[in-house]
Design a protein around this ligand. Structure first.
Ligand code: SF4
Length: 348
């Protein structure tokens, strides 16, 4: 632990539900050689604040939306698969700390049952392979999962959410990957990789090469970032990050408000500051760059954070909700100074 003066044992980490430390050599090298080490180190380096941070291990109600172990169905059109509990490196702010590096029973095992469920639900148009990071699995294992998904006619896209493009971009040099993406295309479905770049300093030359070559295979790219105190709570940094993503064909998609995760609440930025940062980003970008939404992935749904009005109200809108009638509806809560999450704001 860099900021503390004491060693921490594995037992102590486990007793406090703190994710072990793990970082790839290539990511360590990338952030060390970038101009941003002092910001980027917080993404992967253990800090004493993790022991003091209260919070929840399931901030988005994932447990309640699990219909088969490892498979969630929260929003009508999307099926979410947890295909592994491992990642190449561990983000200190991870919102799935209850799963990652834990031999979790929440990882999918029964793909027959899952595919039967999807087949019975024609409203599911896409599946998202997540975890953990699906690209820690071998390509043959990913192909086995696809064996169950590709025959389902009403799926129009297969999404893979990954931070591997930042943590180990050379994973994508695997010569068996082009055939896997071709299979998805041959099945008439879009292959979409959702990358996870939080900061311009994470976008290495290898990452850019890998995105370029996979785009040539017809893979679509979207990027999601998390707004993180001390890392990227700066409109200049995020505007640069989103411009770079746009330039390399990785469309900025979501900027997530950091969740009140146990061991990670010190990463949260107050909503007032978040709104200011998003306005700052938008002032720095042209229309074609600002394709992202500032989102709070809440238990009740995906909430787009719109503005803090002169009337002291935080205005929001449901981007996704289990109840389709609520999608698109603007609502507000009186703002309380320092609030970082919907539950910090009074109703009314
Ligand atoms: S890559 Fe994703 S799942 Fe893995 S530790 Fe980071 S945020 Fe969590």
């Amino acid at each position: 632990m860099r900021e503390g003066t004491r060693d921490v044992t594995d037992h102590e980490l486990q007793a406090n539900t703190i994710t072990p430390y793990k970082v790839t050599d290539s990511y360590r090298q990338q952030i060390t050689n970038s101009r941003y080490y002092e910001q980027l180190r917080h993404i992967v380096e253990l800090s004493a604040e993790e022991f003091a941070s209260a919070g929840s291990l399931d901030t988005s109600g994932e447990h309640d939306n699990t219909v088969i172990p490892g498979f969630q169905h929260k929003y009508a059109q999307t099926g979410l698969l947890l295909v592994t509990d491992r990642c190449a490196s561990y983000c200190r702010y991870c919102f799935r700390k209850r799963i990652v590096a834990r031999n979790s029973e929440e990882v999918a095992t029964d793909y027959v049952k899952i595919s039967q469920y999807i087949a019975r639900h024609p409203e599911i148009s896409n599946v998202l392979l997540s975890g953990g990071d699906p690209f820690v699995l071998s390509t043959s294992k990913l192909n086995e999962i696809l064996d169950h998904m590709l025959p389902i006619p009403h799926l129009d896209s297969i999404r893979l959410g990954t931070k591997m493009v930042a943590y180990e971009p050379r994973r994508f040099e695997d010569t068996s990957l082009p055939a896997m993406f071709q299979r998805i295309r041959n099945a008439g479905k879009a292959a979409v990789i959702v990358t996870h770049f939080d900061h311009i300093g994470e976008i290495s030359a290898d990452a850019q090469r890998c995105i370029h070559s996979m785009r040539e295979l017809g893979v679509q790219f979207l990027n999601q970032s998390v707004l993180l105190a001390k890392v990227n709570d700066d409109p200049d940094i995020l505007a640069e990050t989103f411009s770079k993503c746009h330039q390399i064909g990785d469309r900025p998609y979501y900027l997530f408000q950091a969740r009140p995760v146990k061991g990670a609440t010190h990463f949260q930025v107050p909503l007032r500051r978040g709104v200011e940062i998003v306005q700052g980003i938008n002032q720095r970008l042209s229309g074609i760059h600002k394709t992202f939404k500032y989102i709070m992935s809440h238990r009740t749904g995906k909430i787009e954070i719109l503005d803090l009005g002169a009337d002291g109200r935080l205005y929001m809108r449901y981007h996704q909700n289990k109840c389709s009638q609520k999608i698109g509806k603007i609502f507000y809560r009186p703002y309380l100074e320092g609030a970082c999450w919907l539950d910090d704001l009074p109703e009314g």
